[in-house]
Design a protein around this ligand. Structure first.
Ligand code: 1CP
Length: 370
């Protein structure tokens, strides 16, 4: 069975604010010089913020996502509280799957759980015909609200095909992704068709977010780092290339992110994104050396470092900035903010990154002894 990506229409205008063209985030993702290094945090809207926990005490995750006012409120909170250079839409990578009719639940303390895990080609029927405007109109509505309110770019996103396939096949979170890898080896044609179907859903979902007003996109392929490079190229890269191909005419910068991808970075660069997100295991200068010259990078402070005293956070953040260099770098953590993180630490990090000057590798006002 094969899935063809639809041919998409590009409307002449869509509601991205013209003032944002020079936003540091968008310039850095395109490898252009910026007045300061832009910074945002994966999972910045989540459980580390009391604003989120207050909303969450009244509504489930999916209820928030399906209520544009609440979803917009939760998206905006970290922009005001932390002073970051971008908002990330409050949603989850599993939202389009649920909207496409997959019976799934976000179980508190666990994550996404699928009622009937995928086992073979017959299951592909369950993913047919996702239409973002018809099946998840609340997402576009949230994005429209945000595009009107925000003064920083809004990052839209989707889950990568391997990561979503893993939830569908395992039935829930997994550390080893054993069933997924096993199915990839034993039923490669089914696996490829599944990833292609998920790629189609990712494209449809992200296109709808851009048409509603998102200014940048991130593909969260969080768990792809469990694969060896050859399997990645053979089984995951083709579907991923079709995702970035399916977004190119929109002309918004794209980020491709995964955890534990040190050995895959060079191959991931061939997927066609503008930037690569790097986790904390690979020093930024080594990451750059594995990527085509000039490709933008995002990352990569260890989220656990943020739990320590400010002096160690600061020292590690300065090292990330120094190794990443002045151009084409978006500061972020190497993975999502941990729930126990003190938002004041994130706020101080934003100030540190914004005040950093590359020329002397020092903060402004620091005495330079020659
Ligand atoms: O800033 C934000 O919090 C933005 C919203 C956001 C994003 C970008 C959520 C809300 N989820 C995501 C993406 C997401 N969801 C990813 C990719 C990012 C990453 O690698 O962390 C993944 C893998 C998921 C799947 C998922 N959803 C998990 C992980 C489970 C596992 O396999 O270990 C969990 C715990 C969820 C639930 C969830 N999604 C979002 C939040 C705030 C939560 C926590 C639960 C809750 O508040 O009820």
């Amino acid at each position: 069975m094969s899935f063809q990506l639809a041919v998409y229409e590009t409307p002449a205008v869509y509601p991205r604010s013209a003032d944002l063209a020079d936003a540091p985030l968008l310039r850095a993702l395109r490898g252009l010089p910026t007045e300061h290094t832009p910074v945002w945090f994966m999972r910045q809207a989540g459980r580390s913020l009391s604003e989120y926990r207050a909303v969450r005490s009244r509504a489930s995750l999916f209820e928030i996502v399906r209520s544009p006012d609440l979803a917009a409120e939760v998206t905006i909170a970290p922009v005001h509280r932390l002073g970051v250079d971008a908002a990330i839409l409050f949603s989850d990578i599993t939202v389009p799957l649920a909207a496409a009719g997959i019976d799934l639940e976000i179980v508190p303390g666990v994550g996404p759980v699928i009622a009937q895990p995928f086992r073979g080609p017959a299951d592909l029927e369950r993913l047919r015909g996702f239409d973002a405007e018809r099946d998840a109109p609340y997402v576009s509505e949230t994005v429209r609200l945000l595009a009107r309110e925000l003064e920083v770019p809004l990052i839209g996103f989707a889950g990568g095909p391997f990561t979503l396939a893993s939830y569908l096949i395992e039935g829930g979170p997994s550390k080893t992704h054993t069933r997924t890898r096993s199915l990839m080896y034993s039923q490669p044609d089914f696996f490829r068709a599944l990833l292609q179907a998920l790629a189609g859903i990712a494209v449809a979902s992200m296109r709808a977010q851009v048409l509603a007003g998102a200014s940048a996109l991130q593909l969260f392929e969080s768990w792809v780092g469990v694969l060896d490079p050859v399997s990645f190229s053979r089984h995951v890269l083709p579907a991923t290339i079709s995702i970035f191909d399916g977004l190119r005419d929109l002309d918004v910068p794209t980020i491709y992110f995964g955890v534990g991808t040190g050995e895959l970075l060079g191959r991931m660069a061939g997927a066609g994104s503008d930037a690569l997100g790097v986790d904390w295991r690979v020093p930024m200068d080594s990451a750059r050396a594995r990527l085509p010259q000039g490709m933008a990078v995002q990352g990569n402070l260890d989220p656990v470092a943020c739990l320590g005293p400010w002096d160690t956070v600061r020292a590690q953040a300065l090292e990330v900035l120094r190794l990443a260099g002045p151009r084409g770098h978006v500061f972020n953590l190497g993975h999502g903010v941990l729930p126990e993180t003190d938002p004041d630490t994130l706020r101080r990090l934003v100030d540190l990154v914004h005040g950093y000057e590359h020329r002397n590798d020092r903060l402004p006002g620091t005495l330079v002894v020659r």
